[in-house]
Design a protein around this ligand. Structure first.
Ligand code: HEM
Length: 168
């Protein structure tokens, strides 16, 4: 029963985590960039949804169930499992997802929340402040773009590794 609960949580929330990230980075961010100043409203509305809370929770469920499954699969002998191709694939995939999560929490989440705040302050600021705020927003967006691609790349690697690990 525990195995079923772990596998369900792992695959279900893992799929949502990687799917939501890929959608944001490959479709939503380019669309927002194209929308220009109009994008501010959408970004603000998005930040007010539960995404900034839901996504890290989905990620944590996936990570915890993943490391737990890994430990169960090894039968207590992690060294022996890491010498098999399957063990390496689950291990490397897991490490890649962990790094993606850390970058997401340490770099991307604060940058996103900060850019929403800046965007909102843009409406009430004077012309002098507006230029500095716009410049900082530009920088934050560029950074978000790069890190978003790195994080999603790492997660797609995880997905690929998880998909084939058992058959290596
Ligand atoms: C983006 C994150 C992740 C996604 C989308 C994902 C996806 C998947 C999928 C689809 C499977 C089923 C594969 C199969 O049964 O053949 C799976 C299994 C597994 N995953 Fe992940 N995974 C993620 C993160 C992790 C992490 C961080 C670990 C930690 C090491 C991990 C460890 C495992 C293990 C050990 C299994 C095999 C479970 C079993 O014994 O049946 N995964 N994962």
């Amino acid at each position: 029963m525990l195995q079923i609960v772990l596998r369900f949580s792992h695959v279900f929330f893992g799929a949502l985590w990687v799917g939501m990230m890929a959608f944001q980075v490959f479709f939503l961010m380019p669309a927002l960039a194209e929308a220009g100043p109009e994008a501010g409203k959408v970004m603000g509305a998005l930040a007010r949804t539960r995404i900034p809370i839901i996504l890290p929770i989905f990620a944590l469920i996936t990570l915890i169930s993943g490391f737990w499954l890994m430990q169960r699969l090894s039968g207590g002998n992690m060294d022996a499992m890491m010498r098999t191709a399957m063990g390496k694939a689950f291990g490397l995939g897991g490490a890649s997802a962990l790094i993606a999560f850390l970058i997401g929490i340490v770099v991307m989440r604060p940058a996103m929340l900060r850019s929403v705040k800046l965007q909102e302050s843009l409406a009430t600021s004077g012309p002098a402040d507006r230029a500095t705020i716009s410049a900082e927003l530009q920088k934050l967006r560029a950074r978000g773009n790069v890190f978003g691609k790195v994080v999603t790349g790492l997660m797609l690697f995880t997905l690929a590794a998880m998909a084939v690990a058992r058959y290596l």
